[in-house]
Design a protein around this ligand. Structure first.
Ligand code: GLU
Ligand code: ZN
Length: 510
């Protein structure tokens, strides 16, 4: 937390006291949480914590055709998993409850009625066909093709005639005929020409309130001071600012207008926008691969912001301390999976052995390697194996491939490519010599195993270590890449080690 005295903090705050800062994360619950949406949640969280303000979580579920309860639950679950705690919102409540827009319909109806009564909004009776026809004519004439304002000044006779026809009107906001200028905290001053601002629809003919109404109304009623959101919403900001002013004029809300910061697009392969339907946009994918919340958030923070030159690894607390929205880059940010994994690997190596072991358990369970609930014995084995893999993993799901051999019995599935490459006819005498040495070694410890295998294979058979230990590794772990061999054999135990070598001797081609 800071007192807001830094120069850009002062600029960002304007007249708002640091502790009065209120930001919101307001996703629509459609589909799986998207990494770009989570980045927005993170930036809002960091912004609130930086100033010691309030982080509001609001669910924008007014689109009955697209919103789902599963997605709502997934959104909450994602935020809990990430550890992005919200001060007001679902579950925790708050002074502006409810925080689900589907439960706020009366509020929107009331505001819509006030907008109509005060003449700031009006009923439009144009049918979609009529609108389309006029739009095409305008286009053909090279004129702006948005709504032409036809119903702004209907006479009562015209209204009566439309009503007699059974037409149901939509509600439109009366926009000023002037350009609108505002300062985006990332992009600087933005001006939108009056020709690009049309009287837009707030409420559908069936009475359904739309995003252009409910989003700014809730921002106004919930006292949101700063809006940090994706660049895709930039074009709605001038219209929303107009509505914000109207809401203050007619006494629905008070307080300063929110200030806006539009965050850069997140792109994927080929610099395309990472769309919701792209699998790599889904947070779930990263959870399944075994990203740590710490690692994923650290990476997402870098999509448009940096804590300083040459510094890529930092905690949430450090981010909150340093976060400065004016230093967010306006250029698109590419999601780089390799880099994300590398950063996750750094976080994974920082964990204590016990913590890492416990985090691997669900992945090993999902792969069917461990019982659920995990037994004390299995957990002890995982803890003993954890130091062997901690330096070699970047995501938790790799533990399945690396540690699977510990949970197999007297035989292990051998990766066919590894078998083809390593379990060749020349491997047979190597495996036999290894077996004989391991049968006798005492005690069954890493050091004694290593000494015995070196004596038998390197000194005895005159093999290079790679050729000496490769066949043993594949025979016992099933893979060419495994945790360190001698430690692995110790953990596995003599009986299973010998049984697996015997099994491999039988499959080696003559
Ligand atoms: N509910 C909107 C969306 O998910 C976000 C609205 C906003 O941040 O202004 O696209
Ligand atoms: Zn009309």
């Amino acid at each position: 937390m800071t007192d807001g005295s830094g120069s850009s903090d002062a600029f960002v705050l304007g007249d708002v006291a640091p502790s009065d800062v209120r930001v919101r994360f307001s996703p629509s619950p459609t589909g799986n949480p998207h990494v770009g949406v989570i980045r927005a949640a993170l930036y809002n969280w960091a912004f609130a914590r930086h100033f010691g303000g309030t982080f509001v979580f609001r669910i924008e579920d007014t689109d009955v055709s697209r919103d789902t309860e599963e997605s709502y639950e997934a959104m909450l679950d994602a935020m809990r998993w990430l550890g992005l705690h919200w001060d007001e919102g679902p579950d925790v409540g708050g002074p502006h409850a409810p925080y689900r827009q589907s439960l706020r319909r009366d509020i929107y109806a009331d505001v819509a009625a006030k907008l109509l009564d005060t003449g700031n909004a009006y009923h439009c009776y144009c049918t979609p066909e009529e609108l389309d026809e006029r739009r095409q004519a305008a286009r053909a004439a090279g004129k702006p093709s948005g709504y032409d304002g036809r119903c702004r000044t209907l006479s009562s006779d015209q209204v009566a005639a439309y009503q007699a026809e059974g037409r149901q009107p939509v509600l439109r906001l009366r926009m000023p005929d002037t350009a609108i200028t505002f300062t985006d905290l990332v992009r600087g001053e933005i001006t939108v020409d009056a020709n690009n601002l049309f009287d837009y629809v707030l409420v559908r003919a069936n009475g359904h309130p739309l995003y252009p109404l409910v989003n700014p109304v809730d921002d106004a009623l919930m006292g949101i001071t700063h809006v940090l959101r994706g660049e895709d919403l930039l074009s709605s900001t001038p219209r929303q600012l107009v509505l914000h002013e109207v809401l203050r004029d007619i006494g629905v809300a008070d307080g300063p207008l929110p200030r806006y910061a539009h965050l850069p697009l997140v792109t994927g392969e080929g610099n395309r926008k990472l769309a919701k339907r792209d699998p790599e946009s889904s947070l779930q994918l990263y959870r399944d691969r075994g990203f740590l919340p710490e690692g994923l958030l650290n990476y997402l923070a870098l999509l448009g912001w940096s804590i300083g030159e040459d510094r890529e690894v930092f905690s949430l607390e450090e981010m909150a301390e340093a976060f400065d929205v004016t230093r967010v880059n306006s250029n698109a940010a590419r999601f780089d999976l390799r880099k994300a994994e590398a950063i996750n690997g750094v976080w994974l190596r920082k964990l204590s052995v016990d913590d890492l072991a416990e985090r691997m358990v669900p992945h090993l369970q999902a792969a069917g390697l461990l019982p659920d609930p995990v037994t004390t014995e299995a957990l002890e084995l995982i803890k003993a194996a954890t130091p062997l893999v901690q330096e070699r993993m970047t995501v938790l799901d790799e533990s399945v491939g690396m540690l699977g051999f510990l949970f197999a019995g007297d035989t292990v599935d051998i990766d066919p490519a590894s078998a083809a490459k390593v379990l060749t006819p020349e491997a047979k005498p190597v495996l036999e010599a290894a077996r004989a040495a391991l049968d006798q070694v005492e005690p069954w410890s890493t050091e004694a195993i290593e000494a015995a295998l070196r004596a038998a294979l390197v000194d005895g058979l005159g093999l290079k270590p790679k050729h000496a230990f490769g066949p043993v590794r594949v025979a016992v772990t099933g893979r060419r890449v495994s945790p360190p061999l001698f430690e692995s054999l110790e953990l596995l135990g003599r009986q299973r080690t010998l049984a697996r070598i015997d099994a491999a001797v039988h499959v080696v081609p003559a």
